[in-house]
Ligand binder design. Structure first.
Ligand code: APR
Ligand code: PHB
Length: 394
């Protein structure tokens, strides 16, 4: 078996890359460990930056997103019982789209299969071999039989727990762990606000988000080793009511909880993102805490770069874009890593009662909601900095 680009992992990164390559006439094979239903149902974040929305539209996979996604022009920051709106559109001319990651994944799988793309599920024992400067090979097991796929390039888009990253020698990893996690719930209830609410409260952080006009997505800061069985529905609702309260009598609409899960919080960035013919993209190379919803958006930014670099290679024999990939991608990755670390520190309560840190976070929140410069900084990072032209974000 042979293909031009072998892609390990069918998350948003791998699937979008395969589609962007297809649009440039480059063929690929996507190998995914899980089954299709699992990948399509996995509940993840749901905020698309302005550039992610544009990229999905340009790739021809934006139809359902444009019909069902919710356009938001701002967000709310809530602390000390007061709500403050950050008007993204007034500050930056951009907005965001609220549309679940698993919906993006469904749209990408449908687009790949409609175009005759080769996406294989339930693939076991992926191993990479022959990653020398000239060629690359993926070995895997499908339906019990061992196969070898020869490729010009292998792309590791197999997420944070994937195998691809382990094939890069001399990897440097930068890491930060946080002393908390998020308990996320999906409620069969209409959202209680038409925008997202990021709340800092004495009991900890809470987030009100949504998936549709009838489904609310919410999160509570909990401890990293939290046991889900200690969170019956009524305890979850009591905490959400307490942490999302404001001084205008904000009312949270309840409904049956459809899904509950714990998300750990970590920042990790590895470098380089390339070795020979192997490239990493998305969560395989970096993860961010979910505050600020940068994970999928970074994955999209990585594969935009990679698809252009590989397109340039096949169309014009260029290898400069491929050679620059790590440096170009990491610039945006570190910006988003800083932003999500900053949002996380500003909005969460330190479990060890760090009184100094508490005052700093409150001072920072006060600054963001009272300074146009700070509000604009939050808004431009949240809606997504423009894809760099040269080295300027202007
Ligand atoms: N072989 C084949 N597939 C694998 C392997 C493996 N050894 N290991 C992992 N995978 C698959 C996973 O099952 C998953 O479907 O790779 C895929 C990786 O997808 P994601 O984890 O969604 O990562 P990515 O596409 O980079 O998207 C980043 O996902 O985790 C969120 O918040 C993150 O929104 C961000 C987005
Ligand atoms: C979500 O809707 O799941 C979501 C929204 C914003 C975040 C994180 C997650 O910062």
């Amino acid at each position: 078996m042979r293909t031009q680009v072998g892609i390990v992992g069918a998350g948003p990164a791998g699937l979008l890359l395969a589609h962007l390559l297809h649009l440039q006439g480059v063929e690929s094979v996507v190998l995914e460990r899980r089954d299709r239903a699992y990948v399509e149902r996995r509940v993840r974040a749901g905020v698309l930056e302005h550039g992610t929305v544009q990229t999905l539209r340009e790739a021809g996979v934006g139809k359902r997103m444009d019909a069902q996604g919710l356009v938001h022009t701002g967000t709310e920051l809530r602390f000390g019982l007061r709500s403050h709106r950050i008007d993204f559109t007034a500050l930056t001319g951009r907005g965001i789209m609220v549309y679940g990651q698993q919906e993006v994944v469904k749209d990408l799988i449908a687009a790949r299969l409609d175009a005759g793309g080769d996406v294989r599920f339930e693939i076991e024992d992926v191993a990479l071999a022959g990653l020398d400067p000239q060629e690359a090979r993926i070995e895997f097991v499908e339906d019990g039989a061992r196969h070898v796929l020869d490729c010009d390039f292998v792309i590791g888009t197999d997420g944070f727990h994937g195998v691809s990253r382990s094939y890069l020698p001399d990897l440097v990893s930068y890491e930060r762990s946080y002393p908390f996690a998020w308990l996320g719930v999906l409620a069969d209830a209409p959202p209680s606000s038409h925008e997202l609410i990021y709340a800092r409260h004495a009991n900890g952080f809470a987030l009100h988000s949504m998936r549709s006009p009838s489904v609310t997505r919410m999160y509570l800061q909990v401890s990293p080793d939290e046991d889900l069985s200690e969170w019956p529905d009524d305890r979850i609702w009591a905490e959400l009511h307490a942490r999302l309260a404001d001084d205008t009598g904000f009312a949270l609409t309840e409904g049956p909880l459809l899904d509950k899960g714990i998300t750990s919080m970590r920042s990790v960035v590895v470098t380089p993102m390339q070795h020979g013919r192997l490239f990493l993209a998305g969560d395989a190379a970096h993860i961010v805490p979910p505050t600020g919803a940068k994970g999928m958006n970074l994955a999209v930014a990585d594969v935009r770069l990679l698809s252009r670099a590989l397109g340039g290679y096949y169309a014009a024999g260029r290898d400069d874009l491929l050679a620059a990939y790590t440096q170009t991608a990491l610039r945006r990755v570190w910006r988003a890593t800083h932003f999500s670390w900053w949002m996380t520190s500003m909005l969460h309560r330190s479990p060890d009662g760090d009184a100094f840190g508490e005052q700093l976070a409150l001072a920072q929140l006060d600054y963001v909601v009272s300074s146009t410069a700070m509000a604009t900084s939050l808004a431009e990072n949240y809606t997504g900095l423009p894809y760099a032209q040269g080295w300027s974000y202007r």
